[in-house]
Write a protein that binds this ligand. Structure first.
Ligand code: CMC
Length: 442
């Protein structure tokens, strides 16, 4: 177990990287910074000022946008660590509340710290009652992610006493509120879509139990919370809690870099997560498996995925960073059978189909050559479906869990003395200056 304190970045680099402009013959010495792990980074902050040149990196495949002490990923080795702890270790031994604490504060809590934190989160789970009006303004068939974007953004209008980003206390209260209220909002989005009454949070329940209760309980009968389900839910939350500078986290940081309030920033993150290339993939995986329907149709769909003229992609496969395996997928693959067994589902055809699809795809030259492996979304949908969630809720659950990471990353960004408003530049390829042509001459 890694108890090493995170390395302080001095902003000074002992090594340099030489860049030579072959057009002019001028050379520039760029500082190289080294982190605790991972490749070194070339500090190009003064590049434009000194060399009059920008870097061009669409999709930021070679760009480190910030310094962070929260999460480390090594995509080639299939490694994911939060504050030095491996995701496998956390999924096996920890719980989501501890992981939230770890992400926010940097270390695992001791017993007292854990109790205090859990108590604080529990006491923030209720929503301002007027917020229920927001839900009623949505169409019944609204996608729950659309509701999430709207309602989480609307928190800025209800919790004015935690929107001053310059006050550390208010930042912390906003962080607690977001982690605490996200399950309430998610469960209400679900209840609204199926026409059932909202269930208030219960302070006698643990985080995952409370969420399951608000989602599945109805006032007319007692809902027994299955320990198996709540443990599986908690584990899914852990596995989705943070993932370094992915699209939604970078969106949260970028939105926050202008000084926007945390509720608005998290709403921006939810919007970014929604896309099928990111958090929307878990919903897309299940839809894809249902469309494929049977093992004999797998080759047809693999051909579609390989066809450059066909927009179809094998959902739940591939990752920008992981080029060996996604460690979260490993944990979920194992969990899928365990959860289904414990739920008494002996034969889940979609799980069998998913396993067969994985086997055939991994043997396929195209997927091997492009280093495409199952990602976290490949198995999570099967587990969530078995637990009783409709596909439209899958990305909502991702957003709920990822809020812990988003808010920790947002807080780190605000507290980072070198943080500036995010403002990338571009390679302009539009028209050169031209004169306005009068309408009758066009
Ligand atoms: N099916 C078929 N081909 C694929 C797939 C796929 N799932 N993913 C990548 N490729 C091909 C792609 O066509 C490209 O081929 P070529 O080099 O011939 O043009 C090559 O592999 C590299 O792909 P890329 O799009 O340049 O890679 P990327 O790093 O920009 O994209 C990705 C990563 C996750 C967006 C992509 O793999 C994808 O769309 N996967 C399916 C959606 C998915 O499962 N997303 C969940 C990601 S994990 C959860 C999360 O973090 O949100």
């Amino acid at each position: 177990m890694n108890e090493m304190p995170a390395k302080e970045s001095t902003g000074e680099a002992s090594e340099t990287f030489t860049l030579t402009d072959n057009r002019t013959g001028r050379s520039f010495q760029l500082p190289v910074q080294t982190g605790t792990d991972g490749p070194p980074v070339v500090d190009i902050r003064k590049l434009y000022a000194e060399a009059g040149i920008f870097t061009y990196d669409p999709g930021f495949t070679s760009t480190g946008s910030c310094e962070s002490k929260i999460t480390f990923i090594d995509g080639d080795r299939g490694v994911l660590h939060h504050r030095g702890y491996s995701i496998e270790d956390l999924a096996e031994n920890s719980d989501f509340m501890e992981v939230c604490y770890l992400l926010l504060y940097g270390d695992l809590p001791n017993r007292d710290e854990k109790d205090t934190f859990e108590n604080t989160i529990t006491r923030h789970t209720m929503l301002h009652d007027q917020m229920a009006q927001f839900f009623r303004g949505f169409r019944r068939d609204a996608h729950p992610m659309a509701i999430m974007v709207g309602v989480v953004g609307a928190m800025s209008a209800f919790y004015h006493d935690s929107t001053d980003i310059n006050d550390p206390h208010q930042r912390m209260v906003a962080s607690h509120r977001l982690i605490a209220k996200m399950p309430t909002i998610a469960a209400m989005a679900y209840k609204y879509s199926i026409g059932q009454p909202f269930q208030y949070p219960r302070n006698d329940l643990k985080y995952a139990e409370n969420f399951l209760n608000m989602t599945f309980a109805v006032p007319c009968e007692k809902y027994e919370i299955s320990p198996t389900l709540s443990r599986a839910m908690d584990r899914i939350f852990i596995l989705h809690a943070d993932h370094e500078q992915n699209a939604s986290t970078s969106t949260v940081r970028l939105a926050g870099s202008s000084g926007a309030n945390p509720f608005a920033c998290i709403a921006a993150g939810i919007a970014s997560l929604w896309g099928p290339a990111h958090g929307g993939a878990n919903e897309a995986v299940l839809n894809m498996l249902m469309e494929i329907g049977s093992v004999d149709r797998i080759p047809e769909y693999l051909d579609k995925a390989k066809d450059k003229d066909d927009p179809f992609r094998l959902m739940g496969f591939g990752h920008r960073v992981y080029k060996n395996h996604d460690p979260r997928a490993g944990v979920l693959r194992k969990s899928a059978h365990e959860v289904l067994d414990e739920l008494g589902i002996e034969n889940e055809p979609l799980l069998e189909l998913a396993r067969e699809l994985e086997r055939i795809a991994l043997e396929d030259e195209y997927f091997a050559e492009k280093k495409l492996f199952p990602n976290v979304d490949f198995y999570s949908g099967i587990i969530l479906r078995a637990m009783g969630f409709p596909t439209s809720m899958f990305t909502v659950l991702f957003a709920l869990a990822r809020t812990a990471g988003w808010i920790a990353q947002w807080k780190e960004m605000i507290e980072d003395p070198v943080q500036k408003i995010g403002r990338p530049r571009q390679l302009y390829t539009g028209p050169d200056l031209r004169s306005y042509t009068q309408l009758d001459q066009r």
